[in-house]
Design a binder for this molecule. Structure first.
Ligand SMILES: Cc1cc2nc3c(=O)[nH]c(=O)nc-3n(C[C@H](O)[C@H](O)[C@H](O)COP(=O)(O)OP(=O)(O)OC[C@H]3O[C@@H](n4cnc5c(N)ncnc54)[C@H](O)[C@@H]3O)c2cc1C
Length: 326
């Protein structure tokens, strides 16, 4: 690992003014330090921001606010999260291990980098790690790759579980930058980006911005929700395909549906067509199968991951069924 300075700014203002391109914020370190060990991230200095960021979860009648420093394990055990936003807890608990969740922060989880094997293996080409080098996975072993939203430059997928629930629940990311007094906001759907011709950029957070929290609007999905994660091992593995599903039921009808996926694209992916199709329908296996088919038909798998299309269809059907028994 390249030697680096570890700095402990005493305020958010000091952290932001010390931030430059070769200086990175450090939260739990569960992703960043791994990247530093592999020489994929080579900062000159780290700014430990955990002590100056909120580790509180607070609720109002309209929203839930999760501080940037809240550990994933704390969010998954929080009473308010469990009672009113349980999809978030379900998604967090599908990820990593108890030890990692105890270290991993809310902000760090949003900014963790892809688990594409070509990104992690510095002997292989990767446009995300080294722009202009080419995408090894596109013509190589693409089993783990994207099936939608990919480009000729990158087929890597977004790795987080928490983010899939946040995408489904229309969360917002709060951040602060130098020179701005007011907290800034990015809707979650615009936070992560597709690779296009600049796959080195994972998200639309302005350079040197510090995430301060995540806000989730109050929602009617605390009864009928599900998170399904399909992966190679039952623990300690990233999703091949994941689905966060939530239904708002009134009488015998679906009033509103939310469906988002991980493991399929460079960003958490919302299946808007399928959501719209479900609106007003009476839930049934046939209706769920039709919604799942609409989503699966949107995909454009690579040579090595056509199986993910079928897997996605099955995962959506199961997730929607599970919503009825949550
Ligand atoms: C073996 C293993 C298995 C895993 N499995 C899963 C899984 O199944 N599902 C899943 O979702 N995740 C999984 N993870 C990933 C884990 O959840 C992330 O590593 C973790 O959430 C990152 O949080 P952190 O606080 O440790 O971030 P760090 O590693 O400290 O930081 C990550 C990035 O965020 C930046 N950053 C941190 N805080 C801020 C801030 N406030 N503002 C701006 N930038 C900031 C850092 O500069 C860095 O670029 C796994 C990790 C490991 C090691």
């Amino acid at each position: 690992m390249k030697p680096f300075d570890l700095l402990r700014p005493s305020s958010i203002a000091k952290a932001i003014s010390a931030k430059q391109s070769q200086v990175q914020f450090l939260a739990g370190g569960t992703n960043l330090v791994d990247l530093m060990k592999k020489h994929i991230a080579t900062p000159d200095a780290l700014l430990d921001v955990t002590p100056i960021l909120s580790s509180q979860i607070t609720g109002s009648t309209e929203t839930l606010l999760i501080g940037a420093a809240v550990k994933n394990s704390s969010a998954a055990m929080d009473k308010l999260v469990l009672s009113s936003y349980p999809l978030i807890a379900k998604a967090i608990l599908a990820g990593a291990s108890p030890q990692i969740r105890n270290m991993a922060s809310t902000a760090g989880n949003l900014l963790q980098r892809t688990r594409c094997p070509y990104f992690y293996d510095t002997t292989l080409p990767c446009n995300k790690r080294n722009p202009g080098e080419g995408c090894g996975m596109r013509e190589g072993e693409s089993r783990m790759g994207a099936i939608i939203g990919h480009s000729e430059h990158c087929v890597a997928v977004h790795p987080s579980d928490l983010c899939i629930a946040l995408a489904a629940l229309d969360a917002e990311v709060l951040y602060t930058i130098a020179g701005e007094k007011k907290p800034m906001v990015i809707p979650f759907k615009d936070f992560h980006r597709l690779p296009g011709d600049a796959p080195e950029k994972d998200n639309n957070l302005p350079q040197n911005a510090l995430i301060t929290g995540v806000r989730i609007p109050k929602n009617p999905f605390s009864k009928n929700y599900a998170y399904v994660k399909l992966r190679d091992r039952d623990s300690y593995a990233f999703a091949l395909v994941s689905v966060a599903a939530a239904l708002h039921l009134q009488g015998d009808r679906i009033v509103e549906a939310r469906l988002a996926s991980g493991g399929v694209a460079h960003k958490p992916w919302r299946w808007y067509q399928a959501e719209n199709f479900l609106k007003g329908k009476i839930p049934s296996a046939e209706v769920f199968a039709e919604a799942a088919a609409l989503a699966a038909d949107e995909t454009n798998p690579l040579v090595g991951n056509a199986f993910k299309k079928l897997m996605l269809k099955g995962a959506i059907e199961v997730a929607l069924q599970n919503c009825l028994t949550a």
